[in-house]
Design a protein around this ligand. Structure first.
Ligand code: NAD
Length: 512
């Protein structure tokens, strides 16, 4: 963060349908991780600017919530069309600020768009329940109503997907939204909000404010913000969850991860090795669903798996994010690179076997970039830091398990419980694993089991705070409140005339 005076305009907020704050005094540098150079600055919102965004969202709520859900759905579908039409430009910007490859950036956008498409079915998704004759002459129905102004605070690693997951569902339900995206790759969220305006969203229904803790605190403290959806690291997720709870608002806060893949002796090992390479090193391991621990069962499985991984890793290319020959790009910042490399050293110091060392990679012509090569550790023990902590880089740890029960216990007993996978040909083993493992999202021969839009996404234990998941039906529940209406009409002669009085009743009404 910097308090500097610059002549160059900063990446602005997007409030009430316009770019604002480009001349901000407080800004943060935005790097190109491929070169290591500062490519822009982003404005950091003051509490007053956050209040202005909430003012605008509160005003827009009146019109947007009153629009019928089918019309809201049409606006969302037009938004989808515009995002798709601009996907190339968005992906390039995303790739340049984040460091993931262009193709991967397109996937980031696509997985977000799929949730907006799902949310466009709002008329169906918001249907309430109805029960006739719950008592004599009594009907009961329930309504799902929007909350009002809601907020999303999102991480650097999916700057399109996660804002779209949150805003898409919240808007479909009739809420208005204030997004506080990551200050490290802020351009795509602003562009998405501009496209939403172009699609017909009223000004103020989707505002974007950049910032740090000051902006986040101002959002949570504003009594008009009714719900807070957060995704990021676990310590921040927990503190935001507690802060929001103290303010009496609903919150869902998703945190870090350490995702294991168990490889049974009967697995197709070639398939498992290919899957692990993509899941561990894709996006430089900066995915909350990346596989960071492989758990082969039995020494023979482990020896064969490590050999296959080592062979495949020899041909991996780390390079500039927009170079089509790069399998994966740099990590997001110099601090991230330093932290990853220091954790690799911790693994060496604690006695793990460093099979492939990704430190010290130099990419010609991009010597200042934040590159870490693919790294493989074998014979990692569960008490080592490289197993206990989230590394969030291209580092795969092999923890050898003597049997299935030991393999099952590793993800189940871990602090985090986001994703997990098992590779096997045996249905009974897979069924036992999916039933007993203590993680929120499970893959069977699928390394990154990110649920599709109409299912829900969420981890367990330290990977998620709150009781509802993201997108799918849980997303709708999170961004709506239920009202239950019990109705009784006076019964009597159909053509006027009074019903016979039954007198007052003093007992608790019951269903039977
Ligand atoms: P982060 O926690 O540093 O930041 C997330 C958001 O919180 C950003 O918008 C940031 O500006 C804001 N923030 C940072 N410090 C804050 C503070 N002190 N008070 C208030 N707000 C603050 O996370 P990140 O580095 O951007 O993202 C990587 C992390 O996110 C990893 O741990 C990854 O596992 C996790 N993640 C989890 C999921 C999931 O669904 N569980 C998905 C994606 C990423």
């Amino acid at each position: 963060m910097s308090q500097q005076s610059h002549t160059q305009q900063a990446i602005p907020h997007f409030v009430h349908g316009a770019r604002t704050g480009a001349d901000a005094a407080r800004t943060s540098d935005v790097f190109d991780p491929s070169t290591g150079q500062v490519q822009a600055r982003v404005a950091l919102a003051s509490p007053e600017e956050v209040t202005a965004a909430v003012d605008s969202a509160a005003e827009a709520f009146r019109t947007w919530s009153a629009m019928n859900p089918q019309r809201r759905g049409r606006v969302l579908l037009t938004w989808v069309d515009l995002i798709n039409a601009n996907a190339g430009e968005l992906a390039e910007t995303l790739s340049r600020e984040h460091g993931k490859t262009f193709e991967d950036a397109k996937g980031d956008i696509q997985r977000g768009v799929e949730v907006v498409e799902f949310a466009a079915g709002a008329p169906h998704l918001l249907k309430g329940e109805f029960s006739t004759s719950a008592g004599t002459g009594i009907d009961v129905h329930s309504l799902r109503q929007p909350l009002g102004v809601v907020a999303g605070i999102t991480p650097f690693n999916f700057p399109a997907m996660i804002p779209l997951w949150k805003a898409g569902i919240a808007l479909a339900a009739g809420n208005t939204f204030v997004l506080k995206p990551s200050e490290r790759d802020p351009s795509v969220p602003v562009r998405l909000a501009e496209l939403a305006l172009e699609a017909g969203l009223p000004a103020g229904a989707l505002n974007v404010v950049h910032g740090d803790k000051a902006a986040v605190d101002a959002l949570i403290d504003d009594p008009r913000v009714k719900a807070v959806g957060f995704v990021g690291s676990t310590p921040i997720a927990q503190s935001i969850y507690e802060h929001a709870a103290r303010r009496g608002k609903r919150a869902q806060c998703f945190g870090g991860a350490k995702n294991h893949a168990v490889i049974m002796p009967d697995a197709d090992l070639e398939m498992a090795a290919d899957a692990l390479i993509g899941a561990a090193f894709g996006s430089a391991g900066e995915r909350c669903m990346a596989i960071s621990v492989a758990v082969p069962v039995g020494e023979e499985t482990a020896d064969r798996l490590v050999a296959l991984l080592r062979e495949r890793m020899a041909s991996l290319t780390v390079g500039p994010s927009l170079d089509p020959s790069s399998d994966f790009g740099p990590v997001v910042s110099a601090q991230a690179k330093e932290r990853i490399e220091s954790l690799i050293q911790a693994g060496v110091d604690e006695g793990a076997e460093l099979v492939v060392d990704g430190r010290g990679v130099v990419v010609e012509g991009h010597e200042g970039g934040f590159y870490v090569g693919a790294t493989l550790f074998d014979r990692v023990r569960k008490d080592m830091r490289i197993h206990a902590e989230e590394i969030f880089g291209p580092v795969l740890c092999v923890v050898r398990a003597k049997d299935y029960e030991e393999a099952l216990s590793l993800p189940s007993d871990h602090e985090y419980g986001n994703g997990v996978a098992i590779f096997t040909r045996d249905g009974d083993t897979a069924r036992d694993f999916t039933t007993r493992v203590e993680c929120g999202m499970v893959g069977v021969n699928v390394p990154i089991p990110v649920p599709i839009a109409y299912y829900t996404f969420g981890g367990w234990k330290a990977s998620g705070f709150g009781d509802l998941n993201q997108h799918g039906t849980d997303g709708l529940k999170f961004y709506t409140k239920t009202k239950t209406v019990t109705t009784r009409w006076p019964s009597g002669p159909r053509q006027g005339g009074a019903a016979a009085s039954e007198g007052a009743s003093f007992v608790m009404p019951a269903g039977s």
